[in-house]
Design a protein around this ligand. Sequence first.
Ligand SMILES: [Zn+2]
Length: 132
Amino acid sequence: MSEYLKPLPKPSPTSRPFWDAARRHELKLQRCAGCGKFIFYPRTRCPYCFGDQLEWRAVSGRGKVYSYTVVRRASHRAFTDPYVLAIVELEEGPRMTTNIVAAPESVRVDLPVVVHFDDVTPENTLVKFKPA
Ligand SMILES: [Zn+2]
């Protein structure tokens, strides 16, 4: 296996459950027990009601492209090929910055997508999306 040269996540105590779930190929988000909203990115308090009773819940992995761009001029030497940088709006509400694994010309706003787990190293799984 060749060395993986792109930057990798550095989980914090707050975000570690997200990354641990990803390694098991599960998409989990925090849900606020106070107001019932799902939130992303991982936090210690709900941004809607400021409650601190956040629990990790498995979610559908389905969403749609809210916005995207095709990165053709990389700012890091490991990103040699064009890639799709997107904001996906999840079925549960939160928006996630991610990659769409697809030919750039096939991506459009509102494209239905489904989660895709990319095991980039034995310890690291990245959460990406692909056309549904
Ligand atoms: Zn809340």
